[in-house]
Design a protein around this ligand. Structure first.
Ligand SMILES: C[S@@+](CC[C@H](N)C(=O)[O-])C[C@H]1O[C@@H](n2cnc3c(N)ncnc32)[C@H](O)[C@@H]1O
Length: 279
């Protein structure tokens, strides 16, 4: 077992495991781009010295670092230490556990401090790769894995799968919890994520009702006033599902909560070539 639990890997591009795909119908989905600002920024000068690939040419990764900061990470880690997973997270883990994750490889996109990962590993998942745009979580993530005795089972990388899909390996299970709402181009993100899910994919998103639109709109306005470029999004739920269906995934579970909808999908066919907009 490797000696480090949380490690940022070197820049070597990785190939995805080849999965044959049959051509499907062309996507009718129009990509909605609501990018507030476009700034090329890389983590090559991050405190961890981590640069594992291209970090978003779609979004300003500096604004992710500012928003999902060490302070934000400390709050998440404290909450998990005190209370464990919340109800939405338990639903997400419940879906995966019911489908069977023993020995599974997990790819979590935007996994934050890695609380879900700890729970999936405890339920016998084999290993986790975490992709992040913010370096703010690393200290808490390392601490959490050390406390959990799961050193060496998680690899943490700083890379935007929507931008560099070919640098990320496919996994049995793909997880995106509270992530798609933090990314402007849901089509690109979800098609890449879906294309990397060999068996299961689960994601959460805010429901598209007036209440969440109002709350997220207020939040975005405050950020604008503070000159923070990060924006949250309420993407259209059915259009997001359509992107994943095009990737050969079928909905097996859907829970509509007040703040978060949880959607669990399973691979039932090969999906469209590419699995990402960059193809
Ligand atoms: C609201 S936080 C959620 C963190 C964690 N999943 C949780 O629920 O505590 C959203 C996270 O998604 C990350 N993120 C957004 N788009 C991403 C992408 N394309 N690739 C990797 N991480 C992404 C952000 O950096 C941020 O840390």
């Amino acid at each position: 077992m490797p000696s480090t639990s949380v490690h940022a890997t070197a820049t070597t591009p990785r190939r995805r495991r080849a999965r044959p795909r049959s051509p499907g119908p062309p996507s009718a989905q129009t990509i909605q781009r609501t990018v507030p600002s476009v700034t090329a920024d890389s983590f090559s000068k991050s405190s961890e010295g981590a640069d594992t690939g291209r970090v978003s040419d779609c979004c300003d990764s500096g604004s992710y670092r500012a928003t999902f900061s060490d302070r934000f990470a400390r709050r998440l880690a404290r909450r998990y230490r005190r209370h464990g997973l919340n109800r939405t997270q338990r639903r997400l883990v419940g879906f995966l556990a019911a489908r069977g994750i023993e020995g599974a490889t997990v790819l979590e996109i935007g996994g934050g401090v890695g609380d879900l990962q700890v729970e999936l590993l405890r339920r016998r998942a084999a290993s986790v790769t975490n992709l992040e745009l913010s370096t703010g979580y690393e200290e808490q993530a390392r601490d959490l894995l050390e406390r959990s005795g799961l050193k060496g089972r998680v690899e943490r990388r700083f890379i935007d799968i929507a931008v560099s899909p070919d640098q990320v390996e496919a996994a049995d299970v793909v997880v995106l919890h509270r992530v798609v709402c933090c990314y402007p181009d849901y089509h690109r993100l979800l098609s890449s994520a879906g294309g990397h899910a060999n068996r299961l994919l689960v994601y959460t998103h805010p429901p598209a009702h007036p209440f969440t639109r109002f709350v997220i709109g207020c939040d975005n306005m405050l950020r604008r006033l503070r000159r923070n470029d990060f924006r949250a999004f309420v993407h259209p739920p059915d259009a997001m599902l359509e992107v994943l269906r095009e990737q050969g995934l079928t909905v097996r579970y859907r829970h509509r909560g007040l703040f978060w909808t949880v959607v669990g999908l399973e691979r039932t066919s090969i999906g469209q070539p590419g699995g990402h907009a960059g193809a």
